[in-house]
Design a protein around this ligand. Structure first.
Ligand SMILES: [Mg+2]
Length: 159
């Protein structure tokens, strides 16, 4: 399916793509403090930059700035500073840092999310596991068939 395209000027109206922070854009191995950030995960920053260069709206979506965190404001400033460090001030300051989805969210990258097939109750990760299981079954059967073939050929060669 083709991804919806939005222009730089219109993206606030057209929609945005969310990126989680910990475990998605930066490595996370446990809470250290509101101003501590794990090392960047290059593939994910490349993806984010790619969306920006194509004119997509991008937001950071993280519980760090959620109402449950008393250090939310410190976290917000700290993530903003990291965004400026990675993307430059001009771009970094334009990327919203939020804890909320809204109706304009196109989709979101997050290490804790389990994606579902829309309107089915099916979970993609479980479907992939099932697919792998059946692929292994097929490989086992093919290998058994090969062994049988060799055995049969062996019998005829002996004659
Ligand atoms: Mg995360």
């Amino acid at each position: 399916m083709e991804e919806p395209r939005v222009s730089n000027e219109k993206w606030e109206e057209s929609g945005w793509i969310g990126f989680d922070w910990d475990g998605t854009l930066v490595r996370y191995t446990g809470w250290v403090g509101p101003e501590h950030h794990g090392p960047p995960i290059p593939d994910m920053w490349r993806r984010l930059r790619n969306y920006l260069s194509q004119g997509y709206g991008v937001r950071i979506v993280t519980a760090r700035v959620g109402p449950g965190n008393p250090d939310a404001e410190v976290c917000w400033h700290s993530i903003r500073a990291e965004l400026c460090r990675h993307l430059g001030d001009e771009v970094g300051t334009t990327i919203p840092v939020t804890c909320q989805k809204d109706f304009s969210m196109i989709y979101m990258y997050d290490d804790r999310v389990r994606q579902v097939v829309p309107n089915t109750g099916e979970v993609i990760e479980e479907l992939v596991q099932e697919l792998k299981h059946y692929r292994n079954l097929v490989a086992d059967l093919e290998s058994e068939a090969e062994t049988l073939d060799e055995s049969i050929n062996g019998i005829f060669e002996e004659d």
